[in-house]
Ligand binder design. Structure first.
Ligand SMILES: NC(=O)c1ccc[n+]([C@@H]2O[C@H](COP(=O)([O-])OP(=O)(O)OC[C@H]3O[C@@H](n4cnc5c(N)ncnc54)[C@H](O)[C@@H]3O)[C@@H](O)[C@H]2O)c1
Ligand SMILES: [Zn+2]
Ligand SMILES: [Zn+2]
Length: 361
């Protein structure tokens, strides 16, 4: 089967080949034919080494598809079911899962660093990003990683729910718990940031400021729910005019850099919440003094995978989409094929594109 392989961190091109096979399935595994998969910034971060992963690796973690085979112990899905892939399958028995934080479960994530689920060129093993590797025609995942979805939801929308939408909307609903009438600033207007904007709209926030250096992103931010849009250089002015100089109740960072975290920090009011959603590098330090950390009274909240329980939240976001409350169509900037992935990664680096979705038959 076909797929896109990264041999080494920093390679400028993925090796798009058609000789992949899958490792044998276990009794608790599900084999999924991928029908749509997005190009998320985290994929780029695997390619450029910001997110460490085992190599060689098939990127891709934002995907949806159709179940083609299930192991003997699987009862949650059957062949023909439509599913959304979860990049953090929850084991339900580790301390994080038992504490009600399945988005922090490391059980299958750790396993994905040692068990290569693909083969190519005969028997050479290849890993799948975060245990997924949705930039391939088929994948095998533990049953907890394939969540059934209403077949009325198109595969492309379902794929976006698999990462960007759950990350962004979940950050608002689960992590920040934004209340009606709140003021929200969102730093970064990619697929994740615009999902934060949509979550803020759904939560009844009355002022939603979208921040991105690319003015081309502002129009879309306004379309999906932002009430105002500015560049990072205009944030101080916006804080003055929109919040009387107080700052926003919630400042979301959806870029993945310390600079963006500081933009969110400065935009947030005393006592407000700074929510870190972007995935930054291990050596990118956030310059906050111990003094400011206490005396500004701001809370820094981490939001991994939208603080979601995907078993509850994937179906919830699918319902919101069906009800016309989540605009996923506007988030898709291009529909492409697997062979276009090198161009898609280059375009994502440029920043002008939103979600490019690979559509597979
Ligand atoms: N928390 C999670 O679980 C999770 C899940 C998925 C993605 N992510 C991360 O979220 C981040 C965003 O992902 P995406 O797919 O939306 O990325 P993207 O590349 O589509 O969008 C990033 C946007 O940020 C803008 N930007 C760059 N520098 C900026 C700055 N200094 N201030 C304001 N805006 C700036 C860019 O112009 C672009 O529009 C990435 O770091 C990604 O790895 C985190
Ligand atoms: Zn992602
Ligand atoms: Zn667990």
């Amino acid at each position: 089967m076909r797929g896109a392989l990264l041999h080494a961190v920093g390679d400028d091109r993925l090796d798009i080949r058609d000789d992949f096979t899958l490792a044998p399935m276990g009794p608790a595994d599900v084999r999924v034919k991928i029908r749509a998969t997005g190009v998320c910034h985290s994929d780029l971060s695997v390619i450029n080494g910001v997110l460490p992963m085992p190599l060689p690796i098939i990127p891709g973690h934002e995907g949806s598809g159709e179940v083609v085979e299930v192991g003997d112990h699987v009862t949650t899905v059957k062949p023909g079911d439509h599913v959304i892939i979860s990049w953090t399958p929850a084991c339900d028995s580790c301390p994080n899962c038992l504490a009600g934080q399945p988005f922090l479960c490391m059980t299958y994530m750790m396993d994905s660093f040692v068990n290569a689920r693909f083969r190519y060129d005969g028997e050479t093993p290849a890993f799948g990003m975060a245990g997924c590797g949705t930039w391939a025609e088929e994948i095998v995942v533990p049953w907890q990683g394939a969540i059934k979805v209403d077949p009325e939801v198109p595969f492309e929308a379902a794929a976006l729910i698999g990462c960007g939408v759950t990350t962004g909307v979940g950050a608002v609903l689960n992590t920040a718990r934004v209340r009606p009438g709140s003021t929200v600033a969102v730093v970064g207007c990619g697929g994740v940031g615009l999902s934060v904007v949509q979550g803020a709209r759904l939560s009844g926030a009355t002022t939603i400021l979208a921040i991105d250096p690319l003015e081309s992103k502002h129009e879309l931010a306004l379309k999906v729910g932002a009430t105002h849009a500015v560049t990072p250089g205009q944030v101080a002015d916006a804080v003055r005019t929109l919040t009387g100089g107080q700052g926003f109740d919630h400042g979301f960072e959806a870029v993945g850099t310390s600079a963006a975290t500081m933009t969110a920090w400065r935009a947030t009011r005393r006592g407000g919440d700074v929510i870190v959603v972007g995935a930054g590098a291990t050596d990118d330090m956030v310059p906050l003094s111990a003094f400011n950390l206490l005396f500004e009274g701001k809370n820094i909240l981490s939001s991994l995978y939208g603080g979601a329980d995907v078993r509850r939240d994937f179906p919830l976001f699918a319902e919101l989409y069906k009800a016309g409350r989540l605009d996923l169509e506007s988030m898709i900037s291009a529909r492409i094929g697997l062979s276009d992935l090198n161009d898609a990664v280059a375009a994502l680096r440029g920043g002008e594109v939103l979600r490019q979705v690979v559509v597979l038959d």
